[in-house]
Design a protein. Sequence first.
Length: 404
Amino acid sequence: MRDDRDDATRAVPHGGDRDAAVRADDRDAASPEDDRDAVLHAVSSAVLAVTRHLSVREVLQVIVRSARRLLDARYAALGVPDDEGAFAEFVAEGISEEEWDAIGPMPRQHGMLGAMLREGAPVRLPDIRKDHRFEYWPRAHPVLKDFLGVPIRDGDQVLGIIFLSNKRSPGGFTEADQSLLTMFAAHAAIALTNARLYERGRELALVEERTRMARELHDAVTQKLFSLRLTAQAASSLVPRDPDRALLELQRVERLAGEALAELRAVIVELRPAELDRHGLAETLRKHVRLLDRLHPASFTFEETPVCELEPATEVAVLRVAQEALHNASRHSGARAVGVRLGCEGGRVVLEVRDDGAGFDVVAATGRGLGIASMEDRAHALGGSVHVRSDPGRGTLVRMEVPT
């Protein structure tokens, strides 16, 4: 998985043996007041970083990453339970994408995770494998030893479980570590609750928007299609006795059909994909790339660097351009590898879709249905740009830049 270093972790020590030695020297030299201030500063930085992320998935990722760095653990994970004995969300740090894929399906509410959900109390163990609540883990799962788990609670409700394992420094997790993680989990509960409320608000706004779109479909397209049907019936009845007039009616049918199609497309383009409201742009695009990787013989990969906070219209435009570019790469390029990168550079969101396929003459391809004009129109409408670089035999790069 990515090893981003955000504001939540800049104040938190991390690293190998040399850093551990530096930390030990610092602890020897620091006063209890200094230690307390450093911890409070680290927690404050982590919580501030969490509150800047609005989607639930992003909040979970920041919580896990911050806790792992804060307590110097090798592994960290957070699970949000569902009502069917599994987890609606489960994120982990310290495990690569390849390792995660090898582990297999999302865990169920069994073993230690299930016990923590039922008991709702912190758990600190020198070796989780020796506890009676431990059951098993999949073959590809990393070996966990020392363990610290804390519920994320909202009153009596357990919103999730955050747990750490394999502390890098000797001695395992301490009582002070447990107190610190408990304090951090309390703040994380507030951030997670706020994120859920924000998403519910967006869902309500989405329902209102879709209701408005339904009215527009009824008022515009439906009436147009009704006129189209009547005109087609009139033309059919005129063919035997007045072919010239029937031809005029058929021409009117063609015009009405074109108008209905244009209005329908305009309404569809305005619709915001529901996935964006549930998962955010980065996660929606990651899921799309992962699906293409399973469906096609070519390798599809996704790389995400820190992404700016975007307006809803910008998220839609970036997603649509990415989908168009990926469609072209999968259908026309014959590529062995397709890479997608999403990030933020100088206050602009940047999307790149690159393949190692056959390439093409960009000038000659204009207007041939590859969607270049459509991608450019989406970017220009937001004050941005799309550039397509390709040559026969040298692959293709689609780069989109849009102000945040």
